[in-house]
Design a protein. Structure first.
Length: 462
């Protein structure tokens, strides 16, 4: 029987590589030898031979052992190389190609990639000019100046807000308090909030004065319309990606966004892994502080998620004044007592005169007490501005786990990258791993099982 051998031939055990230009020798088979693991004897085949081919059987073999049985005759133990022997059948097999070092798709997830314990943090901020720490005060007041019947909403900056408070809440004399009590201006303030928008950005009609109750106050601001909604405002964020491949997806990369006046929201990177930026769209009701924020794909404006919140800060307005009700009542009692005293004296009714005098003293004391008593009134409540003070910008934070580099040539050569399509194996080269491949060949059942096992665990098509 003729055998072709190669000395010191180097190849992977899981490779279909076939050598060329070998040396032919005549061999003898040991009795009862196996076609899969034959034992042969030869006087001319050198001990350095490590690979061979038996054309009569159409199989390639690894030489696993060499034993001298005499000074000239050697006994070689062989093991069939199923991948080289059935290379043609393997190449023509159509199977699901899961991974390959050629023809792969860089965007497909590779769950085999080793992950490190370290992470890379990145962020990108975009200043949003429609948010401001200066802000604007929005007052809802009883007024005939409004667009909603007997109420109006007025937008004031801080300086004009101070002017208004001084006009209706501050007094130094009884005369001032009586005037304010008569006009009832403070009671005509129904609500006050602060919103993080500059006055120039608040929609409305410019005014130089406003009627609050029966009082006209000279302040510069804006009278809000019936629907004081600012149009669609956008913040475009260039995404701070660490990777350019499938590692943009969870669980390799996660993302969050800081929304001014709201806080942190979670973003699913699988929704925009192929995008370079995101668009944040805001609708703001300046009259109430209600905000609707939509996170969209930049370019198509496809909405990924929407949140609704209120960023208005409640503002307390307080007033300290004299007890005008007590003063008015005291004045009335004092006047009546004085009249009674004078009448008693004129008619000679001494007792009535004394009684009237005592009543007049008591009424006068109540008048003095009422004039010195202070009434404290408050409108609204006190709210916080920390969520705005933290940042008026939309910020996108990204956290990416550090991994082995899937683009490294050694990684690709040894493990391949995801393919995920059904195709002929010969369409690919290098490392290939199939899923549930089954080769149709002329080998024994043992050989077919070995071939399929190699294909499904990973082999090199060379």
């Amino acid at each position: 029987m003729t055998l072709t051998y190669w000395s010191n031939y180097s190849k992977k055990k899981n490779s279909t590589a076939q050598p060329t230009s070998g040396t032919d020798v005549t061999i003898a088979l040991k009795d009862d030898c196996s076609i899969i693991n034959p034992i042969i004897r030869s006087a001319t085949m050198p001990a350095s031979a490590n690979y061979c081919y038996i054309s009569e059987w159409g199989r390639y073999y690894f030489v696993t052992n060499c034993v001298y049985i005499s000074n000239t005759v050697k006994e070689f133990t062989l093991e069939v190389d199923v991948l080289a022997s059935y290379k043609a059948a393997i190449g023509s097999t159509v199977a699901p190609i899961m991974f390959s070092s050629s023809g792969y798709d860089v965007e497909k997830l590779d769950s085999r990639l080793p992950v490190k314990v370290t992470k890379t943090m990145t962020y990108k901020a975009d200043d949003t000019p429609f948010f401001s720490l200066t802000g604007t005060y929005i007052l809802t007041v009883v007024s005939t100046s409004g667009h909603t019947g007997v109420t109006a909403q007025v937008a004031l900056d801080e300086a004009n807000m101070n002017t208004l408070c001084n006009a209706i809440c501050t007094s130094s004399t009884l005369q001032d308090d009586i005037k304010k009590f008569a006009s009832d201006a403070f009671s005509s303030i129904l609500n006050c909030i602060w919103i993080p928008c500059d006055l120039s950005d608040v929609p409305g009609t410019s005014i130089s004065s406003i009627n609050i109750g029966a009082t006209s106050v000279n302040v510069s601001g804006k009278l809000l319309s019936g629907a004081p909604v600012r149009g669609t405002l956008t913040a475009n964020i260039t995404l701070p990606w660490t990777y350019t491949d499938f590692r943009r997806m969870p669980p390799y990369t996660t993302a969050q966004a800081w929304i001014p006046g709201y806080g942190i929201i979670e973003l699913n990177t699988a929704d925009f892994a192929d995008q370079s930026s995101l668009r944040f769209k805001f609708m703001i009701d300046c009259g109430t502080g209600d905000v609707v924020c939509s996170v969209c794909l930049n370019g198509t404006d496809d909405v990924l998620q929407t949140i609704s919140y209120n960023f208005a800060v409640k503002v307390a307005i307080s007033n300290i004044s004299m007890d005008i009700n007590g003063i008015v009542g005291g004045l009335g009692s004092f006047g009546a007592s004085a009249a009674g005293t004078m009448l008693g004296i004129a008619t000679g009714n001494v007792a009535a005169g004394v009684s009237g005098a005592l009543s007049m003293v008591s009424s006068g004391s109540n008048l003095v007490l009422s004039a010195n008593r202070r009434i404290v009134e408050s409108k609204g409540a006190i709210g916080g501005r920390a969520s705005i003070a933290f940042s008026t910008a939309v910020i996108v934070y990204m956290e990416s786990v550090d991994t082995e580099d899937p683009d490294d040539v050694n990684y690709i050569a040894k493990k391949g990258r995801p393919v995920g399509i059904v195709a002929s194996i010969s369409s690919y080269s290098g490392f290939i791993q199939c899923d549930n491949a089954s080769v149709s060949c002329s080998g024994t059942a043992i050989e077919k099982d070995r071939v399929n096992s190699y294909l499904n665990s990973g082999f090199f098509y060379e």
